[in-house]
Design a protein around this ligand. Sequence first.
Ligand code: AMP
Ligand code: GLY
Length: 419
Amino acid sequence: MKIGIIGSGGREHAICVFLKSSRKVDKIYCFPGNAGTSFIAENININLNNFQEIKEKIKNLKIDIVIVGPEKPLVDGIVDFLEKNEIKVFGPNKVSSQLEGSKIFTKKLCEKYKIPTANFGVFEDKEKSLNFLKKCKFPIVVKADGLASGKGVYICDNFEQSKMAVDEIFNGKFGEAKEILIEEFLKGEEMSFFIISDGKTYKKFGSAQDHKRVLEGDMGKNTGGMGAYSPSRLENKELDKKIIERIINPTLRGLKDLNTSFKGFLYAGLMIINNNPYLIEYNVRMGDPECQTILPRVETDFADIIYACVNQNLSSVDIQLSNKKSICIVLCSKGYPDKFENNIEINAIDQIKLQKDNYIFHAGTKIDNSIIYSNGGRVLNFVIKSENLKESRDQAINLIKALNWENGFFRKDIGYKVI
Ligand code: AMP
Ligand code: GLY
């Protein structure tokens, strides 16, 4: 079968690698992919906003199944558009994608279905927001409603900071803001929990712990993710049961009441307090870099899983995850998440010797005349799977040192809470 993957990050390269190892997959196309995917798939340079052009390419290339990696095309309705054109797609439709596309949609669903989450209020202008904030206890969290690449969330320690957040959001920093979300600050430990669904049944797809802050010890600015490990140290059977019963099931019931269902990966960003889960946010896709740590642990043929999902037959597949642990360290361009330079050559990458269960996934890279260049803030992902997280981390750091890319930096403490 021929598979198309939409996206160009480390997540999409990892998806590509694990599909490639399936005997059922003859050819993979990446829209647009990166330098890493170009070695095992055909990259199609295309504008991801142009659904019409994407559809024509998919039809011309006779692609059997399309997998959508990132949130933006999902929230914009690419699944509905392609399915209307009789293309099989793995990913949620536009209505379900509001779980990520609108934080207020999700909060209202939590309220209606009694899903545990931080207490919140929705405010439609600056004045009402500030009147409320004047009476609040701090810290407090102020959020823009729509997609903001992780930047629309402000953890505020005092009134002045919250006022700045309200001003920035209503002044349009993340696009036109009709409403704003203000919520209680939850103190606990975060965990990313994944399920995969075919619209009829779903299965757990592992857990992970992301490290979003740019500096060691979880300091500094928020990023797309500096590294992750899987499974989360918080994972246990009792907690799994609570997450399923209190969060996942009522959410899927809520979508059913809207006459729709969820197909694809659903990623619950949770705060765990005393072994009780609270929903912080939903993402309607795999996490990046969580995906890069979970896929190496999946022992079931990944193409079988995706094939079953698009054919509403997931109940027939038994998804096995290895008990081994994996860690991902992200090598970033100096300056990220602020200003950084692109087009810096990365040499010597093909001289790095990878053992079994070692992976280098490309994220922000491109290839020109056989030379690999950086092309983004998060550049390469070093992933190691083993029995021991500390050994995995040491090994990943050794690989990064062997690459010796002068424009790069990374966090040496990924997994520090468990190692
Ligand atoms: P989000 O984009 O909603 O996941 O928020 C980004 C990050 O902000 C989360 O990963 C948390 O670290 C933090 N955060 C968001 N909401 C809350 C909250 N209510 N309490 C504590 N931390 C939060
Ligand atoms: N690692 C966070 C995300 O994918 O949203």
